[in-house]
Write a protein that binds this ligand. Structure first.
Ligand code: AMP
Length: 290
């Protein structure tokens, strides 16, 4: 596995790979790998000649009060894990590499971001689309792999790729959970023992919402209320949001008559956890999107 830090070197390398007509699968990450990350790399490995992963904690997508400085990092372990799953190229640029000068152009999302995390984290998705545009131009991938754990991010990237005509296939893969149902996240290390126990309520609440739809409930307000009840009963964390929206447009619905997302964010002491479930009109779970 080759490790490259310079965007220029990386882009030259990728241009040569493209000349050889090899397919390129790309998994962008912020590092501190867990099985959620490696599941994306494994799928990319199956479908492409060359697999590229990036590790970049992007300051542009963190708010002033957020955890940019303390975001968990373990580059050595990440390098070993990437090697193990067969990544060919690991791109690890520094902040100075990615933003050597002040940007003279900024990107701003217009849709799909006034709800969920976009509302709680103003500017977050502007930072995400900016860094992804740069990464897509550096890596030149044929396919990019994202986790549906971050379903709003997936919807925003879908808009980016479509609106700006990136010749890239977007693939959304299932949320990887631990044995108790908690969605894997780099930020789970912030949870105390008690908070971990309580955090299991997120998936429980989502499943309860799904069951209501399976049994014929079509009123979003009732479902949201019931999901909140489960969270209130089982956690001391603060509910940031519980929303039920169309997917991937992320618009409010009056009735469940299209593909939807139920999404939750709960704040514990140091960790803010998000989770979601994507459902078709019968309440059947949508695991992956291509
Ligand atoms: P991050 O390093 O948190 O930016 O995540 C990098 C990629 O891994 C994103 O596409 C995430 O959606 C994905 N990811 C993070 N956690 C999970 C998980 N538990 N299951 C599946 N994908 C995940």
């Amino acid at each position: 596995m080759k490790i490259i830090q310079s965007p220029i070197v990386m882009q030259e390398y990728m241009l040569n790979i493209r000349k050889e007509h090899k397919s390129i699968g790309f998994v962008p990450t912020m590092g501190f790998f867990h099985e959620g990350h490696t599941s994306l790399m494994e799928e990319a490995r199956k479908e492409n000649d060359i697999v590229v992963t990036s590790i970049f904690v992007n300051p542009l997508q963190f708010g002033p009060e957020e955890d940019f400085e303390t975001y968990p990092r373990d580059e050595e372990k990440d390098i070993q894990l990437a090697k193990k799953v067969g990544v060919d190229l690991l791109f690890i640029p520094s902040v100075e590499h990615m933003y050597p000068t002040e940007m003279s152009i900024s990107m701003h999302t217009e849709k799909r971001t006034d709800v969920l995390c976009g509302r709680s984290r103003p500017g977050h998705f502007d930072g995400v689309v900016t860094v992804l545009t740069k990464l897509f131009h550096i890596i030149l991938p044929d396919r990019v792999y994202f986790g549906l754990k971050d379903a709003q991010q997936f919807a925003v990237v879908d808009g980016l790729i479509t609106n700006f005509n990136f010749p890239i296939e977007l693939i959304g893969l299932p949320t990887v959970r631990d044995e108790n149902g908690l969605a894997k996240s780099s930020r789970n290390v912030y949870l105390s023992k008690e908070e971990y126990r309580e955090s299991l309520a997120l998936y429980k609440a989502l499943n309860h919402g799904q069951q209501l739809i399976v049994h014929g409930e079509t009123n979003p307000h009732i479902i949201i209320k019931e999901v909140k009840n489960v969270l209130h009963t089982h956690t001391s964390g603060t509910i940031d949001y519980v929303e039920l929206l169309s997917y991937p447009a992320l618009e409010h619905v009056h009735e469940i008559d299209e593909q939807i997302i139920i999404a939750i964010a709960v704040k514990f002491n140091r960790a803010r956890l998000i989770d979601n479930i994507l459902l078709d009109t019968d309440g059947k779970v949508i695991q992956s999107i291509r």
